[in-house]
Ligand binder design. Structure first.
Ligand SMILES: NC(=O)c1ccc[n+]([C@@H]2O[C@H](COP(=O)([O-])OP(=O)(O)OC[C@H]3O[C@@H](n4cnc5c(N)ncnc54)[C@H](O)[C@@H]3O)[C@@H](O)[C@H]2O)c1
Ligand SMILES: [Zn+2]
Length: 1595
């Protein structure tokens, strides 16, 4: 059309009104809305003419904006150069995303430009986000040595950051942005209208940089950002349409958006102008990036740059605070502002958890990993890390980044904190500490200052969400104006004298309870003027707030004549307060019910001076709660010039008047917080003054110094407004005897840690009156008991208190600092940090951040002001912290009577630490009759009605969580019960159906007399009737058939435990995808052919096992067979496999089209895959097709491997093939793990495959990719995770080219992908140890290049230079005499090793990056695992753990492991014998808390009939008296293996006990070691044969 219709009128130009920003001396940044016409016009008229315009963009933006820019190009040209031939406009569209920012894409664009014959007079435009800008800028910088370049940033990040400054780059394997150039764009066009299509997360991403820039540069701008979050977000959301083209059409929000963006861009432009090449000033823009980048390196691409920087900003602000340069107020404001724009602010932020998963997050953000990344930061000077240190919001400490010690950074990014005792000298000095302001006093002061007359400077105000909300609301009501001074340390309130106006919008109070109560009265003071008719103010809050009560207050106000109505729910916010003219707050006589909250009383009192009549407030309705808070209000009102008279116990008179603001008001510190520094002085023998709490204080906890510390032996000097405490010499605190702490319950934790070391005066402190502390943030009484136990301090907990039995300070000593669990409770953390400051070995406080609730800077104070040693700690995980914090919903079992519901349920409950309930028993208990009696007396219907009622109560209340619930067999018969079960499933619970072998069940029922009998033969009919019902209301299924090969009853029990563990998520049994892993494909037609022993050999080295359903005999003829029969056959095969192997199962039905053998229908295949999810297959392989999305959405806890196989290797090609990219995308849309398999035609296909993997695989988005065929073998070697493997013992490989784990390991070793590691046994004497033979045989069997030798040493210190420090060190076994002395050399201990207090296994854990030479040593203990395994196998069922008792001989490191093992086995009565009794005593002291009875005996004959005896003494020559073996069916285990028959074993054998020789334990613990070192299933047979070969030859 262009040719023929030349004369057609061109549409009018739409030239935007723009704002220009200067950079490097020219006004080349253009901001506005709808810039396309303006842009081309500007380019054609102001920039050098070009022959070709090349516009590069990505496909997202192309779809949205490319046509517009093309059209505009023509229009602008026609207007400017009518008649002249238009230059060329070429466009190039790339895939979106960071992967496009590569050298390959750059060459691709360049080659295309050469093809298009572009010349030096080309102008290149980048339309897109930072990816396009960086990449295309680099093309422009180097194309023919540089051509003209224009940026058209479309993401917020690109606008305020990446487009400005001329930095261009591409990513390489070595890292991001490592290759590039400085190349300034000639223009930058920021069209803010396009932000309306930017995804919300991307918008937040850019806001991180905007907030960062304001934080380092411009305090005023920061204030604006802080106050305008809603407005700015609205501007973006509503930015569409043509609004904004001209100033006249620009909305208020658009103006705000432009203001904010332009301001940020201007700072960046300014900095670039003054420091183009980043020599100093420009480094400031890296605020938040030192730590942010390290986080990004771990979490990208799941988490965006700006999200990581947001967290980095907060953490770096905390570094500044820790260094003493920045106040907590600023840190809190920064975090709050980032959150307001949808950004995360902490390393465990819920946003990050949602993106990465909690466990992954924790794993990847290990502090040491982050430090490793920071070590190679470009910004470092040598090894010195540099951080931009804020001096306040809007200014930095230096005009460049500041050198910061590693230790400080490490501390801030750590989860835990290690507190070391304060040196005597530091503690002796007198210190002054001002804890944060009291919340109650802060809120009252704000309210009165706002209503008062004159200006008040409030100091030490608490900055919390509560006070923030209060302040914002009071400002919105025009009650006052405010300003901050001294970096936020002082709030200046210009009081409004009680003249309140109607706020412009609803007042949002979040979940700030105090603010809501206070303001409910305040809002009645609003004077809406003459236009008052119908005007009102709405007070509202978040969902939680909308449930909190406020009815007594509202009732009282209404009765007084106030116009208040509930907008939603009766009795709660939102409230609408009407402002009919002249109404206000009438005053006079007011009656108020004050038994629920004293805040109602304070609310009325605080506003009372402004009522129209003097107020007489009468408190009615029972005992007034929290009188001290009412006293506080009255006292503070006096300080603001208003005298309240208390005329009777519950009656107050408030005269009319106005508050007169004092010029300065210092908010008293929080008295509960003040107990910690004061207690610090008490325990360390130092002196501490809290300058603003004294005897005049109205806070209950203010009495702590006088009532608790003075009687404990401290010198306390108290004035009306200050308190000074001087502690007695260390270790000289006196116990309190009985003390009632009712008036200061929150301070009991502080008292308890002092009492723990107060050995003077009887040494026992009994704290009472604190019953409410059972139900605070955690059960604090139990928490104190359990955590003090870690220091060896004994406590007894009571309903209303706790008894603490002190232990001498010096005796708290232990080799490893105790690790204190804080239950996320700030008070637990702070009180234990006080104890740690004096305990000889200090202590680890596991959750550092929980102090944020009241005193975020506590650790700074503890280190800087008080002088304790404080450093970061990375506590090892404890069982209770794994998994989700909320206990999983209960698991319900349904199935025929007699199938084993109770037996299995009990077994699972025991193994998984759950409760168990049998609903039939429960029903009999509740009703008080047996079931046959109920049915006989009341009939079946009555019975079913009871059953339904109880089931409902059980699933919703009594046993809703953490329980295994076994239902009666007929539960599914009633419709109501089925609905209850389905609802349980819908909520995320598990209902497991036990599928019986009906022959067994019928036989069992015939013998059972406790339940109404079925008529002969009926059981089968009943089952037929119920079968469908069971299936319909369950989501898991277990086959209970002991007649299957290898599936005896104990295997069924194991299978059930595993299924429940899986269904509840407690033991998900998943493969670790952060390191190479393999699964072995079983190809036999019948799984029963794999005897357990053979299968153990087959799976050695693997991490999962694949059930190839299509290869099963059962599938032959699947086209015609009955589907139900087929599925049942496969279920049996699945069950056998689960009985013989604990490894996760990959369930696969491979179709013929994709190289498998399945020839059945799609519906049968789908039915099988769904069944696999029901059976609890950990992984289900689903081929990518039309059914895959449905299966994916029903996958429950199974993970779907979405696979596509091209057995021909013709369609799926790895080079830049669209097909491969598309299949990957589709696989990711319907799978947790993608699997793409091709066929290699040439060897180079392996390289291409590997490159594809490099581009697309990460632990978060795993990809299995390889080539079939002989030529493709190398791609299997290089496959990153879950490589399918075969084994020589298998008849056939599952696919052409499949190789073994050993072959893969050998190839990886040769290829340089699996470095050789050195392992050794450390100890003495060890010359004859079979360990080297065992481990070397294991390495050989798996093709691993490692070696295991001996390192004879009697001193642990020698091990560092000899072994641990060597770069190829892989791990070590530790034996006598080093098991305990090696502990100080470890960087961390596992919970087991820590509890046992001995290490027998050293594991080298590598640093984060492969290149990092740093590594750390993890100390573990597998001795106890060896004992547990051997005892479990040898024990007779006659001796259950509950009745068993054990004798341990010896008291060294091995004995400690033995005791821990006995505890793991559930044995609760243990005796200990040792030649040197004192050693036994100290052992018993360490473990007493784990047992009902743990006692030392003087001589062996004192032992009474143990059922288990464990010997731990090498070369033991003791005489074991015959009486010891009087118990029947006992087990004796000797850890010593020289000689084979030790005196213990000889004696046991004589008495026909089971015996476990030491060599068996040696093998078992060694197998566990091997697994921990290699992260692979150990080749157990090879290892144990090697030991026996050596051992039998020697002994
Ligand atoms: N050169 C520098 O100084 C500098 C500074 C900071 C960051 N960067 C680089 O910038 C890159 C990140 O930039 P980014 O955050 O803009 O990511 P991006 O370029 O990947 O864009 C984010 C996503 O948003 C889409 N998008 C962008 N604008 C849109 C719009 N208006 N409407 C709809 N969709 C839109 C994109 O297609 C993309 O999918 C990184 O590579 C980083 O290294 C460079
Ligand atoms: Zn950045």
């Amino acid at each position: 059309m262009a040719g023929s219709d030349k004369q057609t009128a061109v549409r009018a130009l739409q030239l935007a009104e723009v704002e220009r920003i200067s950079i490097l001396g020219s006004e080349s940044i253009v901001c506005g809305f709808h810039l396309a016409d303006y842009m081309w016009t500007d380019i054609f008229s102001s920039l050098a003419a070009a022959s070709t315009y090349v516009l590069v963009t990505d496909s997202n933006l192309a779809a949205l904006y490319l046509d517009k820019y093309r059209e505009s190009f023509g229009v602008a040209w026609a207007h400017l150069r009518a008649g002249a031939a238009a230059p060329r406009l070429l466009t190039y569209v790339l895939a979106p995303g960071e992967t496009s920012k590569s050298r390959a894409t750059k060459s691709e664009i360049e080659d295309w430009m050469f093809g298009e014959r572009c010349t030096r007079d080309t102008l290149v435009l980048a339309l897109g986000g930072g990816v396009i800008g960086d990449l295309v800028g680099y093309v422009a910088a180097t194309f023919m040595r540089g051509v003209g370049f224009v940026q058209v940033p479309t993401s917020l990040l690109a606008m305020v950051d990446s487009s400005i400054g001329g930095k261009t780059a591409v990513d390489t394997a070595a890292g991001k942005n490592l290759v590039g150039a400085f190349w300034q764009p000639q223009r930058i066009f920021m069209d803010m209208a396009v932000l309306s299509t930017l995804p919300a997360r991307e918008f937040s991403n850019g806001m991180a940089e905007v907030i960062k820039t304001a934080a380092i540069w411009d305090a005023a701008e920061f204030d604006v950002l802080e106050a305008s979050a809603d407005e700015v977000r609205r501007a973006v959301l509503t930015g569409g349409g043509s609004a904004g083209l001209t100033l006249a059409t620009r909305t208020a929000e658009q103006r705000m958006l432009q203001r904010v963006i332009a301001a940020s861009a201007r700072v960046k432009a300014h900095v670039v102008t003054h420091d183009e090449r980043e020599t100093g000033l420009r480094g400031l823009l890296n605020f938040g990036h030192t730590i942010g980048h390290a986080i990004e390196a771990q979490l990208a691409p799941a988490v965006l740059h700006g999200e990581c920087v947001a967290v980095g900003c907060v953490l770096e602000a905390e570094v500044a605070r820790r260094m003493g340069h920045l106040g907590e107020v600023s840190v809190a404001r920064l975090a709050r502002c980032l959150r307001a724009y949808g950004l995360p602010t902490a390393m465990d932020d819920p946003l990050l958890c949602a993106l990465v998963g909690k466990a992954q997050l924790r794993e990847r953000l290990q502090p040491q990993r982050l430090m490793d990344v920071m070590r190679v930061d470009k910004k470092n000077v040598g090894t010195q890390k540099r951080v931009v240190v804020l001096a306040r919001l809007g200014a930095t400490l230096e005009p460049k980044p500041t050198n910061v010690d590693d230790a400080l950074i490490l501390e801030v990014i750590s989860r835990g904190v290690l507190v070391r005792p304060a040196p005597g000298t530091a503690a002796a000095a007198a210190v002054v500490v001002t804890p944060p302001g009291s919340k109650s006093i802060s809120n009252r002061a704000l309210q009165m200052a706002a209503l008062g007359q004159g200006t008040c400077r409030i100091r030490n105000l608490l900055h919390s969400d509560d006070t923030q909300v209060m302040l914002a609301a009071l400002q919105a009501m025009g009650g006052c104006s405010i300003a901050w001074e001294d970096d936020g340390a002082t709030l200046v309130v210009h009081g409004g004298g009680g003249q309140l106006h109607m706020p412009p919008a609803d007042v949002y109070l979040g979940n700030a309870g105090t603010a809501a109560r206070f303001l409910a009265t305040t809002a009645n003071l609003i004077n809406a003027g003459s236009s008052a008719a119908g005007s009102s103010t709405v007070l509202t809050g978040n969902a939680r707030m909308k449930q909190r009560p406020c009815a007594p207050l509202v009732d009282a106000l209404r009765a007084n004549g106030c116009d208040i109505e509930y907008v939603e729910r009766e009795g709660s916010l939102p409230l609408r307060v009407g402002h009919a003219a002249g109404r206000g707050f009438p005053g006079g006589h007011i009656q108020l019910a004050a038994s629920v909250s004293s805040q109602y009383v304070s609310s009325i009192l605080l506003c009372a001076p402004y009522a129209q009549e003097p107020v007489r407030l009468e408190l009615v309705g029972g005992k007034v709660i929290s009188q001290p808070y009412i006293d506080m209000t009255v006292a503070m009102m006096a300080q603001f010039g208003c005298a309240v008279q208390r005329v009777a116990a519950n009656e107050y008179i408030v005269p009319r008047g106005a508050y007169r603001n004092p010029s300065e008001y210092v908010v008293e510190s929080d008295a509960s917080s003040a107990t910690y520094p004061l207690a610090f002085a008490a325990i360390t023998g130092g002196q501490c003054t809290v300058p603003n709490i004294g005897s005049a204080s109205l806070q209950g906890d203010a009495r702590f110094a006088v009532d608790v510390l003075r009687p404990m032996g401290c010198t306390v000097e108290q004035t009306a407004t200050s308190t000074t405490v001087r502690g007695p010499p260390r270790g000289a605190l006196r116990a309190l005897g009985d003390i009632d702490m009712e008036p200061m319950t929150d301070a009991f934790l502080t008292a308890a840690v002092l009492a723990a070391v107060a050995t003077g005066g009887g040494g026992v402190t009994r704290i009472r009156g604190i019953a409410n502390q059972h139900v605070k943030e955690c059960d604090r009484i139990v928490a104190m008991r359990d955590e003090l136990a870690r220091f060896g301090v004994e406590c007894l907990d009571h309903a209303d208190g706790i008894d603490v039995h002190a232990r001498a300070l010096a005796e708290l000593c232990s080799a490893v600092p105790p690790s204190v669990h804080c239950y996320d409770d700030h008070r637990v953390a702070m009180s234990f940090s006080v104890l740690a400051s004096a305990a000889p070995s200090g202590a680890e406080i596991r959750e550092r951040r929980c102090v944020g609730k009241t005193w975020p800077q506590w650790w700074d104070v503890l280190a800087r002001d008080l002088g304790a040693g404080v450093s970061g700690a990375d506590p090892a995980e404890e069982a209770e912290e794994l998994g989700s914090p909320a206990p999983a919903l209960s698991t319900v079992i349904v199935g025929m009577r007699g199938v084993g519901k109770s037996t299995l349920g009990r077994a699972a409950a025991r193994a998984l630490g759950l409760a168990f309930v049998d609903m039939d028993e429960e029903l009999e208990r509740v009703v008080g009759k047996t079931i046959p009696q109920i049915i006989a007396a009341d009939g079946w219907d009555a019975f079913r009605a009871h059953e339904t009622r109880l089931l409902e109560l059980a699933l919703t209340r009594d046993f809703a969580a953490a329980t295994v619930v076994a239902c009666g067999g007929g539960v599914v018969e009633a419709e109501a019960n089925r609905a209850l079960l389905l609802r349980h499933i819908a909520r995320g619970g598990a209902v497991v159906c036990l599928t019986p072998n009906m022959q067994h069940v019928a036989a069992f029922l015939a013998r059972d007399a406790t339940r109404p009998a079925y008529a002969a033969g009926d059981a089968h009919d009943v089952y037929e009737r119920r079968r469908e019902l069971y299936a319909a209301c369950s989501n898991y299924e277990l086959l209970v058939d002991a007649s299957l090969p290898h599936a005896d009853w104990s295997a069924i029990e194991r299978a059930f435990v595993r299924l429940v563990g899986f269904a509840t998520g407690a033991r998900a049994n998943r493969v670790d995808l952060t390191r190479p892993s393999h699964f072995v494909s079983l190809t036999a037609p019948d799984v029963a052919t794999y005897a357990p022993a053979r299968l153990a050999a087959i799976v050695a080295g693997a991490h999962a096992v694949e059930l190839r359903v299509d290869l099963l005999e059962a599938m032959a003829g699947s086209e015609s067979a009955d589907a139900a029969v087929l599925v049942a056959d496969v279920f049996r095969q699945f069950s056998i496999l689960r009985a013989v192997s604990p490894l996760p199962i990959v369930f696969t039905v491979r179709t013929a089209a994709q190289g498998g053998a399945f020839a059945g229908s799609d519906s049968l295949r789908l039915r099988l895959l769904r069944a696999a999810v029901r059976w609890g297959a950990e992984y289900v392989d689903a081929e990518v097709d039309a059914h895959a999305p449905a299966l994916y959405s029903e996958r429950g806890r199974s993970l779907v491997i979405a696979s596509f196989h091209d057995p021909t290797g013709t369609r799926l090609r790895w080079g830049r093939s669209e097909f491969a990219a598309e299949m990957l995308q589709r696989a990711r849309a319907c799978g947790d793990i993608a699997k793409l398999i091709s066929f290699a035609h040439t060897w180079d296909d392996n390289i291409a495959c590997r490159e594809f993997v490099d581009r697309h695989h990460s632990a978060a988005t795993p990809l299995i990719a390889l080539n079939m065929g002989y030529t493709g073998q190398m791609s299997r070697v290089l496959c990153p995770v879950l490589t399918p493997v075969t084994h020589p013992l298998l008849a056939a490989a599952a696919a052409p080219g499949q190789i073994t784990v050993a072959q893969i390991n050998q190839a990886r070793a040769i290829a340089g992908l699996l470095p050789t590691r050195r392992f050794a046994l450390c100890g003495s004497p060890i010359a004859h140890s079979p360990s080297p033979a065992m481990h070397n045989a294991g390495f050989a069997a798996l093709g691993l290049p490692h070696s295991y030798g001996l390192c004879e040493a009697t001193e642990a210190q020698l091990l560092m230079p000899a072994l641990f420090d060597s770069p190829d060190f892989g791990g070590a076994s530790v034996t006598i005499p080093l098991k305990e002395s090696v502990i100080p050399l470890m960087s961390a201990l596992t919970p087991a090793a820590r509890r046992i207090g001995a290490v027998n296994t050293v594991i080298r854990t590598a640093g984060a990056s492969a290149s990092a030479t740093t590594s750390s040593l993890l100390g573990d203990n597998t001795d106890y695992l060896g004992i547990v395994g051997c005892l479990t196998r040898a024990s007779s069922p006659a001796n259950s753990a509950a009745t068993a008792s054990a004798l341990v001989v010896g008291a060294g490191g091995t004995a400690r492991a033995a005791i821990y093992a006995l505890h793991s086995l559930g044995i609760r009565t243990v005796l200990v014998y040792n030649r040197t009794k004192s050693r036994a005593d100290s052992l018993v002291a360490d473990f007493a808390d784990l047992f009902d009875s743990l006692t030392v005996i003087d001589k062996l004959s004192d032992a009474v009939v143990p059922t288990v005896i464990i010997g731990t003494v090498p070369a033991c020559d003791l005489l074991f008296p015959d009486e010891l073996f009087a118990g029947r069916c006992g087990v004796a285990l000797d850890m010593a293996y020289k000689p084979r028959w030790t005196p213990l074993l000889e004696a046991a054998k004589r008495h026909e006990w089971s015996v476990v020789p030491g060599v068996d334990v040696l093998i078992e613990q060694g197998i566990h070691q091997f697994e921990k070192w290699t992260h692979a299933t150990p080749p157990t047979a090879a290892m144990s044969e090697a030991v026996h070969a050596k051992y039998d030859a020697n002994f």
